[in-house]
Design a binder for this molecule. Structure first.
Ligand code: GAR
Length: 204
């Protein structure tokens, strides 16, 4: 089957093995997995989650992707999971609904190779506690005229690394956090896989 990703295969001339860190429903992870399904250079090699009951685990199972469940105390030790990631020969990390701050050692090990998606136009509406519907509630409460998504490199602070991509949507007067969430999710699904591919292509 010809996918959008296949069309670009020829421009990616080294192999990438991605770990997706996700702890929610996993709708972004599902889109990413689907997008790269037939890509011979970019493989979704591991799903990492801190929640045993996360929806993303079902998606991993359906797609035969190995799963690593991580534990808080170990994760914040900093280097506890680096061996496991190296063992799976992971070359790049995508955070898609992962809410823990990434420890410095992991950032150093994967320097400029960890990206995150955030459901707002950073630097506004970012930081600790700003995730999911909390973001959309705040945007609506402040009567913003627009919101959007930010894809950015991850550093040692929440939602703070260098921006890679932003796009916007209107916030209408009658939008609720739920209707805004749907608009944002659409943008995420539309752009995240393609942006990942661009980053990996340019990284070569
Ligand atoms: C996405 O909207 C993502 O932007 C957000 O979590 C959602 C995960 O949805 N991330 C953050 O808020 C990070 N601060 P999904 O599990 O359906 O992909």
């Amino acid at each position: 089957m010809e996918t959008e990703s296949n069309k670009h295969n020829q421009t990616v001339n080294s192999n990438h093995r991605l770990a997706i860190f996700a702890s929610g429903a996993g709708s972004n992870a599902a889109k990413i997995i689907d997008y790269f399904k037939h890509n011979t250079h970019i493989t979704i090699a591991l799903i990492v989650s801190n929640k045993k009951e996360a929806g993303v685990l079902k998606i991993a199972e359906q797609n035969n992707i190995p799963v690593l469940i991580i534990e808080k105390e170990q994760f914040f030790k900093g280097d506890a999971y680096i061996n496991a990631l190296n063992k799976s020969t992971i070359t790049f990390i995508v955070l898609a609904g992962f809410l823990w701050k990434v420890p410095q050692q992991l950032i150093t090990s994967f320097f400029n190779k960890i990206i995150n998606i955030h459901p707002a136009l950073l630097p506004k509406y970012g930081g600790k506690g700003m995730y999911g519907n909390f973001v959309h509630e705040a945007v609506i409460q402040n009567k913003e005229k627009e919101s959007g998504i930010t894809i950015h490199f991850v550093n040692e602070k929440y939602d703070d690394g260098k921006h890679i991509f932003q796009t916007t949507c209107n916030v209408d007067e009658n939008d609720t956090p739920e209707t805004l969430a749907k608009k944002i999710q659409l943008l995420e699904h539309q752009h995240f896989p393609e942006q990942i591919e661009k980053i990996l292509t340019n990284n070569l």
